[in-house]
Design a protein around this ligand. Structure first.
Ligand SMILES: Nc1ncnc2c1ncn2[C@@H]1O[C@H](COP(=O)(O)OP(=O)(O)OP(=O)(O)O)[C@@H](O)[C@H]1O
Ligand SMILES: [Mg+2]
Length: 363
């Protein structure tokens, strides 16, 4: 799978720009604040229907304009597909694939596989559980149909239940309706996460072994907040009932997959807390690289990879490992400077110079 072409209209700091890409390596080079990350964001938007930054859709529109449009031609299994997204200033978003309007943005991400490596991702091991949950959510949304819709349902119900818990008068029968639904969707999320982490663990360990020269055993372990093996739905529902008085007192839902985490350890030591920076980065890199392997084996498709400013975060050895393991995937890399170190490790590819929202190809 690869992106053949993108056309940006009033997107971020781009006014009007049409760019053709190599199906292998594409390097976006330019000084700070010129539009490198914006271009990756545009590419990502057409595969996920939303940005990888947490921003409001309308913030993607070029300052002072009424709307933006991003159009890409994506090649999948030898066929070309056109995806077009239009966002208007009043916050409306329309997505079309092959001219047909999509009902939900999530229809896109189950079709197109893309992985972003950002400096933030290099911190997923050491930062708070929310970052690791976001990682699992993003991955599962791509490889398991229905996961994102279950997750969105769960979030909606959780929000409503939490709002209800803040009310002055609470009716247990009303709460019970939320509990039933929360347990139903929550249990689906828990079992999919469990299966995914079991799948991810060995792949991740293998990659980590290769990077560290077989020195360390990396282990991933799902840490579900609602911990049980069978009949998760009933168990979670029972737990919500049991903790109801506590929830009323705290005015929020204390238990559920919104509190999950993944334990990451090397040779038995929990490196989220006790790992060296090097161990944490290597594990983070292994996690991201195992995403590629899992998507490929689960879907038969090679995901498109976006590397935003990550090379400078890694030492030479890890850079080389990363680039070598990217194989035949289409790759978009941003860099402020193609230093000797970086260019030595990069395979030859198309270079694009980006200046103030203008792109110059093939220098
Ligand atoms: N909606 C928008 N309209 C116009 N310009 C915007 C909009 N959003 C962001 N920008 C501008 O885009 C520029 C940032 O672009 P971007 O983040 O892509 O930079 P970059 O090339 O990745 O830089 P760095 O090397 O620092 O990461 C900023 O100057 C910002 O003001
Ligand atoms: Mg940037």
């Amino acid at each position: 799978m690869y992106i053949k072409e993108i056309e940006l209209n009033n997107f971020r700091n781009y006014q009007k720009q049409k760019i053709s890409f190599s199906d292998k390596v594409n390097i976006f080079m330019g000084n700070n604040a010129q539009g490198k990350t914006n271009l990756l964001e545009g590419i990502y938007l057409n595969a996920f229907g939303k940005s990888f930054k947490s921003v409001k859709d309308k913030e993607l529109i070029r300052f002072g304009e009424e709307f933006c449009r991003i159009k890409t031609i994506i090649c999948k299994n030898g066929e070309e597909e056109v995806v077009e997204i239009v966002i208007t200033k009043d916050g409306r978003k329309g997505i079309k694939r092959e001219g047909v309007k999509l009902k939900k943005a999530s229809e896109l991400l189950e079709e197109y596989y893309m992985i972003v490596f950002s400096p933030e991702d290099m911190k997923i091991v050491k930062e708070e559980p929310e970052k690791r949950r976001r990682f699992i959510n993003r991955e599962l949304s791509q490889i398991r149909k229905g996961y994102l819709s279950d997750l969105n349902h769960y979030r909606k119900i959780l929000k409503q239940r939490n709002a209800y818990l803040k009310e002055y008068m609470i009716d247990d029968d009303v709460l019970d309706v939320w509990d039933l639904e929360l347990a139903e969707y929550g249990s689906k999320i828990i079992s999919k996460r469990k299966e995914f982490i079991e799948l991810l663990g060995p792949v991740c360990n293998e990659i980590n072994q290769k990077i560290t020269g077989g020195k360390e055993q990396l282990e991933l372990k799902y840490e579900p907040n609602v911990d049980c093996d069978d009949h998760i739905n009933e168990y979670f529902y029972g737990l919500l009932k049991e903790k109801r008085e506590e929830d009323k007192k705290n005015r929020t839902t204390g238990r559920g997959p919104h509190k999950d985490d993944i334990k990451i350890s090397t040779d038995g030591v929990d490196i989220r807390k006790f790992g060296s920076q090097g161990q944490q980065r290597t594990a983070a890199l292994s996690l991201k690289l195992s995403e590629i392997a899992i998507i490929e084996s689960e879907t038969g498709e090679k995901p498109i990879l976006l590397l935003d400013d990550v090379l400078s975060e890694l030492d030479n050895e890890r850079q080389r490992y990363l680039i070598n393991s990217l194989g035949d995937n289409q790759l978009f890399v941003t860099t402020t400077d193609l230093t000797e170190d970086v260019s030595r490790n990069l395979p030859k590819g198309n270079i694009y110079k980006i200046r103030k929202g203008e792109v110059e190809n093939n220098l």
